[in-house]
Design a protein around this ligand. Structure first.
Ligand code: HEM
Length: 388
């Protein structure tokens, strides 16, 4: 009886191995190359079987501190190229912590596939624009980019203004209280109300339905649901985090808060009822600097990751270039890229003057990438600017 069970189990395992033989071969190939190339890349120690995960912390704050200490230890030396290696069990992973290195991946029109880390998210929001790849992504990206034209965004401004007023009215009820409260749930409800009104409204949902009638074979009902879910998730989670942190930083720095208030008083005078229009937004120069500084210090999307479709060579100052093979998972640490002391004189401080026009013009574009960059950058960036 036992031997019959063993034979069955063995047959099943052989069958699985046979079915997955190509993936297994690819994985072993990636592992083989990495074992060699990782000689040139620093990173936390790895133990057998569990790899570097042995050192991970379950508490998110402790894990963040640990990640920061690895970042300091492995990437701040002058001859580092900003790469850190990890072994997630037997699986090799590389993290990128320098803008000029991330640019190599950002600029690629081939390395656009998301890594398996996004699979959990897929169960929730489906295979929409954020996660899909290949021709499916290309078609939808082209189609949805039109929805984010500035002309259409102008239409949305009325919604932003009206929902912003609801938020202010609700917060007024709290204004005279002396005790602290968590502002995040209020901001979240406001951004969710905005995005729900937008995505169901003419310009977005109707646009998707119109595209479906033109290309029914490409955009199914399921596809429309994926995109509405994706935009609702991406649109409110990121903006509420950004706005909440901006308010928190301004609360910590009354001198900057005063400058923001002076700027708004200059624009609106004593008219507390008027809704901001595009011209007003153009004049909110210092406020925009504060928002950018917030996104730099506490980016709502702190890291992203890709599965390489083709080999990438990363230059090194003192060693031969590092080969990252196709199939490798690469993490791009947006949060650490934007703390680079070569580009920001006070990397860990809230200093809105990092974004004066002179400083912005003299800095490399890849030093500030809260919306990622290249063909897979954030499609909602302009939208975010108007909401904020
Ligand atoms: C402060 C606000 C925002 C930040 C910091 C942000 C950041 C990002 C980043 C870093 C990515 C790349 C993700 C990756 O490669 O895994 C991304 C993609 C995306 N974002 Fe945003 N986002 C913001 C607001 C929005 C808004 C308001 C919308 C929609 C209304 C939106 C929709 C999307 C979509 C659909 C993608 C996927 C684009 C693609 O792969 O083609 N985002 N965002």
């Amino acid at each position: 009886m036992i031997s019959a069970v063993l034979i069955l189990v063995l047959t099943y395992l052989l069958f699985v191995f046979y079915q997955k033989r190509t993936e297994l071969r690819n994985f072993l190939n990636v592992r083989r190359i990495c074992l060699e190339e990782f000689e040139k890349v620093p990173g936390p120690p790895a133990v057998p079987i569990l790899g570097s995960t042995w050192y991970f912390k379950s508490d998110p704050v402790e894990m963040t501190r640990l990640a920061q200490s690895w970042f300091n230890e492995y990437t701040l030396s002058p001859n580092s190229n900003g790469l850190i290696k990890f072994w997630m069990g037997p699986v090799p992973v590389v993290s990128i912590n320098r803008g000029e290195v991330a640019k190599i991946i950002f600029d690629s029109s081939t390395n656009i596939t998301k890594s398996s880390q996004y699979d959990k998210l897929k169960e929730w929001i489906g295979d929409g624009l954020l996660i899909s790849t290949g021709s499916k992504w290309k078609f939808r990206r082209k189609m949805l980019t039109q929805t984010f034209h500035f002309a259409v965004l102008k239409e949305y401004q009325k919604i932003f203004g009206a929902q912003g007023k609801v938020l202010v009215d609700v917060l007024k009820l709290r204004a005279n209280n002396t005790y602290q409260f968590d502002i995040m749930p209020y901001i979240k409800r406001c951004t969710l109300d905005i995005i729900c009104e937008d995505t169901k409204r003419l310009a977005f949902l109707d646009y998707l339905i119109k595209s479906q009638s033109e290309h029914p074979e490409i955009l199914t009902d399921e596809g429309i649901r994926e995109e509405v879910d994706t935009f609702m998730f991406e649109g409110h989670d990121t903006t509420s985090s950004g706005i909440t942190f901006a308010i928190w930083f301004l609360g910590q720095h009354p001198e900057y808060q005063q400058r923001v208030q002076d700027e708004l008083d200059e624009i609106f005078g004593d008219d507390f009822e008027r809704q901001p229009n595009s011209e007003d937004i153009q004049k909110m120069i210092f406020l925009e600097q504060c928002i950018k500084e917030t996104l730099r210090l506490t980016p709502p999307v702190p890291f992203i990751s890709r599965k390489l479709e083709e080999d990438v060579l990363i230059p090194h100052t003192t060693k031969s270039p590092v080969l990252l093979p196709a199939g490798l998972n690469v993490m791009i640490n947006i949060i650490s890229i934007m703390k680079d002391a070569r580009y920001f004189e006070k990397p860990y401080e809230f200093f809105p003057d990092h974004f004066t026009p002179e400083r912005v013009n003299s800095r490399e574009a890849f030093a500030f990438v809260p919306f990622s960059a290249g063909p897979r950058n954030c499609i909602g960036e302009k939208w975010r600017r108007v909401v904020s």
